[in-house]
Design a protein around this ligand. Structure first.
Ligand SMILES: NC(=O)c1ccc[n+]([C@@H]2O[C@H](COP(=O)([O-])OP(=O)(O)OC[C@H]3O[C@@H](n4cnc5c(N)ncnc54)[C@H](O)[C@@H]3O)[C@@H](O)[C@H]2O)c1
Length: 313
C-alpha cells in the first residue's frame, strides 16, 4: 500500500506494506512511520488507499468488504473532520463503470458495479459526493476520486514492487511468476472475444505514473479551493490485449511465458480503456511510461526479488 501525506508543504511519500520490504544487510530500520506526526505537524491532505480489493473474494465475503471498505472510510473522514483536514484523494477504480458500452470511457459514463468490491467503491464515491454537497459541511471538502485502470510494473530501481499473496488475481504478477518458473503456464481467459486477437483488452498503467498522478492530485487540491468532489480517470488512454502484453513482456525481457488459452472467465469485460482528457485538464497529468517500461520494470523487480518481500538474507 502506498500512503502519501503532506506535512506542511513537504510531500512525504511513504510506502506502507504488510511485510518488511527487502533489506540489504546492515541497512538500518526505517523510523517509526507517521507515529505522532499528526500532533507535531499540520496535515494538509490525505490519500486514502486502504481497503480490500479482490473481486472474487468480495463475492464470497461481502460483509467483510462492506465493513472494512466502507466503515473504515467513515471513520477516516470523521477523523479528518475532527482535525480540520478537508483535502482527500481517494483510490477508486474503473470497476465503477461496470461493463461499459463504449470506449474510451469518460468520467460521465453511468456508474454501476458488478461485484461487492465494485459496489464498495461506488458507495464510497457516493458518500464523498454527498459530503462535498452537504450544506452543513459548508463546501469545505475538496475530494478527488481517482479511478485507476490497470496498474502494473514496479519502481525502476527494482526495490519496490507488487507482492501478491497466494495465486495472483492480476495478469502481470502471474506473467512474471511463469517467467520465473514458479508457475507452469499462464491461463488466458477467452480467446474468442470480438477483439483483434480474441483476448480481452485493458488500459495498463505504470504504477509510477499512477503515483505521479497522486502528486498532481494533491497539488490540485492545495491550489484550487472550492471545487467539491471530482472523479478523474488515471489510465493511459491505450488498450492492450492479454496476448499483446505477453508478447511485449517476452520481447523486452527475453524470458519465456508459456500460456494456454482457456474458457472465458465469468464477469470479464471485453475491452476497457480510459479517456484521459479530464486528467490532463484537471490535474495537468498524463501517463509517460510505455508498455515496454512496464514490462522491463516488472521483470527487474521480479528477477531481483523472486520471493518478493519474503526474500531471506
Ligand atoms: N491494484 C489495483 O489494480 C487497483 C485498481 C483500482 C483500485 N485500486 C485501489 O487502490 C488501493 C490500493 O490498492 P493496492 O493494489 O495497493 O492494494 P493492496 O491490497 O496491496 O494494499 C491495500 C492495503 O490496505 C490495507 N488495508 C486494508 N484495509 C485496511 C484498513 N481497514 N485499515 C488499514 N489498512 C487497511 C491492506 O492491509 C493493504 O496493505 C485499494 O483501495 C484498491 O481498491 C487498486
Amino acid at each position: 500500500m502506498l500512503l502519501l501525506v503532506l506535512f506542511g508543504r513537504t510531500a512525504i511519500i511513504v510506502f506502507v506494506v504488510d511485510r518488511a520490504p527487502p533489506r540489504k544487510k546492515n541497512q538500518p530500520s526505517p523510523p517509526p512511520l507517521l507515529k505522532n506526526q499528526k500532533q507535531k505537524n499540520r496535515v494538509d491532505a490525505v490519500i486514502h488507499f486502504a481497503g480490500y480489493k479482490a473481486v472474487g473474494e468480495s463475492v464470497d465475503k461481502p460483509l467483510e468488504y462492506y465493513d472494512n471498505n466502507i466503515v473504515s472510510t467513515v471513520v477516516l473522514v470523521e477523523t479528518m473532520r475532527k482535525h480540520g483536514v478537508y483535502n482527500l484523494v481517494f483510490s477508486s477504480s474503473c470497476t465503477v463503470y461496470g461493463n461499459p458500452d463504449t470506449v474510451p470511457i469518460t468520467e460521465q459514463v453511468k456508474l454501476t458495479a458488478t461485484s461487492p468490491y465494485g459496489r464498495t467503491k461506488l458507495y464510497q464515491e457516493e458518500m464523498f459526493r454527498d459530503l462535498a454537497a452537504s450544506p452543513v459541511e459548508k463546501g469545505q471538502w475538496r475530494i478527488l476520486l481517482l479511478r485507476y485502470f490497470n496498474p502494473v510494473g514496479a519502481h525502476a530501481s527494482g526495490e519496490l514492487g507488487e507482492h501478491p499473496v497466494g495465486v495472483p488475481n492480476n495478469l502481470m504478477p502471474y506473467v512474471h511468476q511463469v517467467a520465473l518458473g514458479q508457475r507452469e503456464f499462464l491461463r488466458v481467459f477467452g480467446g474468442d472475444y470480438p477483439t483483434p486477437d480474441g483476448t480481452c483488452i485493458r488500459d495498463y498503467i505504470h504504477v509510477v505514473d499512477l503515483a505521479d498522478g497522486h502528486v498532481s492530485a494533491v497539488e490540485k487540491l492545495l491550489s484550487a479551493p472550492g471545487f467539491g468532489c471530482q472523479a478523474v480517470n488515471l489510465g493511459t488512454g491505450k488498450g492492450t490485449s492479454v496476448l499483446e502484453m505477453v508478447k511485449t513482456f517476452q520481447e523486452v525481457t527475453g524470458a519465456k511465458v508459456a500460456y494456454q488459452v482457456v474458457d472465458r472467465r465469468a464477469g470479464d469485460v471485453i475491452e476497457v480503456w480510459a479517456s484521459t482528457a479530464t486528467a490532463e485538464k484537471a490535474l495537468g497529468w498524463k501517463a509517460k511510461r510505455s508498455l515496454e517500461d512496464m514490462c522491463r520494470d516488472q521483470w527487474n523487480w521480479a528477477s531481483k526479488y523472486p520471493q518478493g518481500y519474503e526474500t531471506k538474507e
